[in-house]
Ligand binder design. Sequence first.
Ligand SMILES: Nc1ncnc2c1ncn2[C@@H]1O[C@H](COP(=O)(O)OP(=O)(O)OP(=O)(O)O)[C@@H](O)[C@H]1O
Ligand SMILES: [Mg+2]
Length: 151
Amino acid sequence: MKIFLADAEATLRLGITLGESLSADSVILLEGDLGAGKTTLVQGIGKGLGITELVVSPTFTLINEYTEGRLPLYHLDLYRLEPQEVAALNLETYWEGVEVIPGIVAIEWAERMPYKPDSYLSINLTYQHEGTRQAEITPFNCAISEAIASI
Ligand SMILES: Nc1ncnc2c1ncn2[C@@H]1O[C@H](COP(=O)(O)OP(=O)(O)OP(=O)(O)O)[C@@H](O)[C@H]1O
Ligand SMILES: [Mg+2]
């Protein structure tokens, strides 16, 4: 499904809806050009989960973990990595939820991943006219929640 995002507030609101409705072990793979709104969307997810701490871009830290919300949020940014470096991170640890508390995994620059989880939501953000954005959400082996489907 495609969702028009008129401004940053709309991107944030979509994230909030996701954060309110996603279940544990959800993986969101974010793709989109530099500045397309990936971090903004994850900031919304954080709000929707009830995280009051500021969600910031993990471009340099690779991963930021937030544990104060309804579910933990694991926010990754693979921008600086090559696919073989991504493979070495053993990201499946996060979505298998064995060694970590099951939560929501949101990954920016997911196109850098050499392998993907069995099920995930793909969100592709693209620039539209006059600086607006569009989100295209595609579920792989999972359902889009009622809350998202009715946007
Ligand atoms: N729908 C939108 N319309 C206009 N501006 C937006 C929209 N969504 C987000 N923005 C703005 O775009 C800018 C870049 O957003 P953001 O940092 O979230 O992008 P990003 O995809 O994470 O970038 P990067 O590729 O550097 O990680 C921010 O100033 C944000 O407020
Ligand atoms: Mg970002």
